[in-house]
Design a binder for this molecule. Sequence first.
Ligand code: PLP
Length: 372
Amino acid sequence: MIYLDYQATTPLAPEVAETMRPWIEDKFANPHSPSRWGREADAAIEVARKQVEQVIGHSGGSLAFTGSATEALNWAIKGTLEKAPAGRNRIVTVQTEHAAVLDTCEWLASRGVEVGYLPVRYDGLLDLAQVEASVDERTALVAVMLVNNEIGVIQPVSEMTEIAHRAGALMLTDAVQGLGRVPIPEGPDLVALSAHKIHGPKGIGALWMREGAEPAPLIHGGGQERGLRSGTLSPALCVGFGAAAKLASERRDADGDHVETLWKAAWDILGPDWILNGSADRRYRGNLNLRREALDAGRLMADFRDIAFSLGSACASGSGRPSHVLRALGLGEREARSSIRLGFGRYTEEAELVEALRRIDVAAKAQENLAA
Ligand code: PLP
């Protein structure tokens, strides 16, 4: 299989698997128990916490582990609204956010919270004047994704944070696709992360919180994570997240150079009939969201059982609906259905990317010839 779906998930790094192994096989103590073994597990979790904090690179806050980034985002949004001062009952977010943000906002809207959904331009980026106009003294939280999971574009999080703070609102960024790849701008009060997008294990995420901006807890119980997120932590998953974060820091330049080489190799193959969705400049280049006039992307995908790529967001696929992100760029339903998403990274070999793109290109042309 040629795996080109890095935005959906990334392969577990062998170094990460090795670090996790003893915590899966032998070291089963509860990290919250006071025994010697429990303390050893707890110490390993604290090392992992520091490793993830270091890759974020911000000071003045702390990190709590969660079961996923979806949980971290739910917590950040619901918990912030729960604690918001009277009169601040509004969230400002963006039409191109992940379902973990959009569906959470929709749920809150059904309970009386006002939600503003900012549009994006054709290149997928926000217009700061519109942000400025939408964020006001009634706003409790502004939520925006750093790197978009479908089209890879990098939103102006720093500028948005300034706007949010000027209005007295808190700023949340979903940095799931940015962690370890692009710098996470200083300033947001809340940062949501996931391990499995950086060659770590699935089933663990985190929320970084500026001191004083901790959301009200969603999950009550044994008081773990300073009473903010109850539930026994998994040492194996935490240690895996830490190892993946450390590796991402160490390999940031090498991984970045590799992605750049792959991006260039891809465009040597793709002709002018392939159109890039989203900005080419403000973009993480391990993402290629492409469309082609009259392409039936669903049929194309069915032709390739040995190449993994995506039609839209992995979470949305299966719904049969065209991607909400592509629709937000202003693409019609047909254009959205003519789009494919390819994601590549650390373990993608140039030769396999080239082979996959050649075959996809040939199949797309064959579809056109058949239709003509
Ligand atoms: N946010 C973004 C941008 C994502 O790409 C994803 C994963 O698809 C999530 C949030 C959810 O992450 P998790 O799988 O850890 O719940």
